[in-house]
Structure formats: C-alpha cells, structure tokens
Write a protein that binds this ligand. Structure first.
Ligand code: UDP
Length: 194
C-alpha cells in the first residue's frame, strides 16, 4: 500500500480505487482493517493527548481526509494521489458491501438522524444489508458490543465524532470478532440523513 510519512503519521497516498481493491482482497481473506480519516483537527487533538495520537497511529490505514493534509504534503513535496474523505470512503464501502454480500452495523449520531440515514442508505443502495444500528449517545459499551456481535455484522461504521469513535474502535476491536472492517465516519451519518 502506498503511504507517506508526515506529522508523525503514516498516511495512505494512493488512489481510492486501489484502496477499495485492498479492502476487497482482505475481506475475502478474512483479514480485518481499521480505517480512520486524518485531518488537521485530529492532528491538533492528538497534540494535546498522547493517547489519541497513539490510537490514530495504530490504524491499519489512515486516509487523507482534510485538504490541510494535502496542502502540507505538497509543501513537503510528498505526493498524495487524491483526497479521500470519510464520507466518500463510507459510500465506497457501502458499494463494496453489496458486491460482497457483507452486512453493516452503524454506531453513532442522534437516534433521529441515524434512523433517517439508514432509510436513505437503503434507497441509495437497494439490497444493502444493514444488520443493525445504535445511536451514539448509548455509552454502555458492553451493550453496544453485544448488539454488534448479535447482529453478526461484517462491517462497522462508527459515527460518534473524534476522538471518541477512534478510541472506541481501538479499545473494542478484539471484543468484536465478527467485524472485519472498521471505519470512523464522523459526521457522515448526519450528512446522509439529509
Ligand atoms: N456524536 C455521537 N456521540 C457523542 C458525540 C457525538 O454519536 O457522544 C455524533 C454526533 O451526533 C455527530 C457526530 O458524532 O453525528 C460528530 O460529528 P463531527 O462532525 O463532530 O465529527 P467529525 O466528522 O468532525 O469527526
């Protein structure tokens, strides 16, 4: 996988298409991936909190989400092929899920937006398998994990905002053995809810 090293992070620098191909391959070979989006705001948050920095650095793949990341790379004469935003990648994974017959669980956002977003996703991607969802104000991690495990979802989108979503994914990866793909999607559920 093509990456650049910048600001203390290893950031994916290839094309969106190649990344989707890698995720497809790994999925088919039972390999799991944690993907977070990196942007200047998260870099700043991580400057204040060592734990956040370590969690971001522990991602399998960091996608270049913010334009600030691309500007910084350009200044340093590092090449990032294209910007890949969290919401953009979430859509790519929805399409991939259709192809693979994989199911999705969404954790995050307000109940109202979440319900609307699920409805909109079903319209956008007919046949999409939403295995379950729970709003982001449910803080009992054990019960959230139980819901995810019982749903048997293959893919987990966490839309609880940063750094909450990254900390949750990092801490709970091993407690969610069925999930093969984790993506922190930030405010994407709000966007999809319209
Ligand atoms: N959120 C949540 N639980 C919380 C706090 C926030 O689910 O305890 C949700 C909030 O409803 C919104 C998202 O997290 O949908 C925050 O999105 P934001 O745009 O702040 O995240 P970013 O994209 O900047 O990471």
């Amino acid at each position: 996988l093509e990456t650049i090293h910048m600001l203390g992070y290893k950031i994916y620098s290839g094309s969106r298409r190649k990344l989707v191909e890698k995720i497809r391959y790994d999925f088919q070979h039972q390999l799991s991936n944690i993907v977070y989006a990196i942007n200047p705001l998260k870099v700043m948050l991580a400057c204040e909190k060592q734990e956040v920095r370590e969690v971001l650095q522990s991602a399998d793949i960091l996608i270049p989400d913010g334009v600030g990341i691309l500007h910084e790379a350009k200044k340093k004469q590092l090449r990032i092929q294209e910007r890949i935003t969290g919401i953009d990648f979430m859509h790519q994974i929805c399409m991939l899920s259709l192809e693979l017959g994989a199911s999705i669980f969404i954790y995050g956002a307000s109940q109202e937006n979440l319900v609307q977003a699920v409805e909109n996703l079903k319209k956008l991607y007919p046949g999409i398998r939403i295995a379950g969802y729970v709003n982001g104000y449910e803080t009992d991690t054990e019960s959230v994990n139980r819901l995810i495990n019982e749903s048997k979802a293959d893919i987990l989108f966490v839309a609880c905002g940063s750094p909450l979503q990254e900390l949750y994914i990092h801490a709970n990866r091993d407690a969610l053995p069925n999930v093969k793909f984790f993506l922190g999607v930030g405010g994407s559920v709000d966007v999809i809810s319209g």
